[in-house]
Design a protein around this ligand. Structure first.
Ligand code: ISE
Length: 356
């Protein structure tokens, strides 16, 4: 059995997804690709034998020929496209971020709840990465004791001139924000954003690098270096520090190691996370084909990450810790503090001292 897919957006990740869906994901049949750049959509369609290419993502979502949707267009366009898919009752895989604001993510969560079944999966592909899974297994085994803190590095070789300060959070640090929730099983309660000396190679309007600090319900503190014009490669690191030792991804991220070895750094994120992207889309297509719920990151995960991201953006230029507004409770679950109902912003966290 196979499923007819629309892929919306044929930029770097959209094209890569069309390639993997076409070449290696069992049951995937890309029926249509769309992009605001028609020539690009046509070129991708010609390369991968996709019968249709056009510019209207919404028409593709509504098409009777399409069973499910992959949204890989610009982040600003995600919310309306995902909502259209949910309204059409079609499963939708959306690249991160789910939307660029928590408010838009919550609209998606609400629409999915009204539809009465899981329709949305968010492309937080690090959860499918073997090295990160190893890190989680190590923590969950109890060998490290309780997690105390973590150090993360998120370095890109370069970003387009159009990359903004908000994108440093919404499109880069959003991975670590999700990672912290998934790895530790705790919500993030406070954030702090520190702006060091700017990289002279970054666009004049970009504050690059940034240091993002996250503190969780359990008091774990995580620092994230977001640094997107390093030139030498795509360098992703995470070191988790527990009561009895640490575990980290080695440079090049071949696996979890207690001895970091500086051997190899991938050139791009496509290269670094290729196997993770393969695994997440293979699992998602299998769920669509079999009519079962997707098992990957949920709309709620996308929403929870966006609440933290919004708090980081709001913290730009303001020293110290800033509380993250309380999450709207997940359907069927209590809020992150174990409180049963929505807690108004403001009275939940006591801001602690500045982290630097
Ligand atoms: C890119 O869009 C991604 O999705 C990568 O996973 C991320 O690490 C990178 O910083 C982004 O630019």
């Amino acid at each position: 059995m196979s499923v007819a897919l629309a892929v919306i957006g044929t930029g770097v990740i959209g094209t890569d997804h069309v390639r993997r869906l076409h070449r290696q994901v069992p049951g995937a049949d890309v029926a249509v690709v769309t992009d605001i750049d028609l020539d690009l959509a046509r070129a991708v369609a010609a390369t991968y034998g996709v019968p249709e290419a056009h510019t209207d993502g919404f028409a593709a979502i509504r098409s009777a020929q399409v069973d499910a949707v992959v949204v890989a267009s610009s982040a600003a366009s995600h919310a309306e496209l995902v909502l259209a898919a949910v309204e059409a009752g079609k499963p939708v895989f959306c690249e991160k971020p789910l939307a660029t604001t928590a408010e838009a993510c919550l609209r998606i969560v609400t629409a999915e709840a009204a539809a009465g079944r899981r329709l949305v999966q968010v492309g937080f592909m690090r959860r499918y990465d073997e090295a990160y899974r190893g890190l989680k297994r190590t923590l969950d085994s109890g060998d490290l004791g309780a997690a105390l803190l973590a150090h993360c590095v998120h370095r890109n070789p370069a970003v387009p001139g159009s990359f903004t300060n908000e994108m440093m959070i919404n499109e880069a640090a959003i991975h670590e924000i999700d990672l912290v929730r998934w790895l530790l099983g705790e919500e993030i309660t406070d954030v702090s954003v520190v702006w060091p000396r700017r990289n002279g190679h970054a666009a004049a309007t970009l504050q690059d690098p940034m240091l993002v600090w996250l503190r969780t319900t359990g008091g774990v503190v995580v620092d994230v270096e977001v640094n997107v014009n390093v030139g030498y490669g795509y360098d992703i690191r995470t070191e988790l520090v527990g009561e009895r030792g640490g575990a980290w991804l080695s440079v090049g991220n071949a696996g979890v190691s207690s001895v970091g070895t500086a051997a190899w750094v991938p050139a791009t994120w496509l290269e670094r996370f290729r196997a993770a992207y393969d695994a997440e889309l293979t699992e998602w297509v299998r769920a669509v084909v079999t009519g079962t719920d997707p098992q990957g990151p949920t709309a709620y995960d996308g929403y929870a990450a966006a609440v933290v991201a919004d708090a980081c953006v709001a913290a730009f230029g303001r020293d110290g810790w800033h509380p993250v507004p309380p999450l709207h409770p997940q359907e069927g679950r209590s809020g992150r503090h174990g409180r049963p109902s929505f807690i108004p912003q403001g009275g939940v966290h006591e801001p602690g001292p500045a982290p630097y």
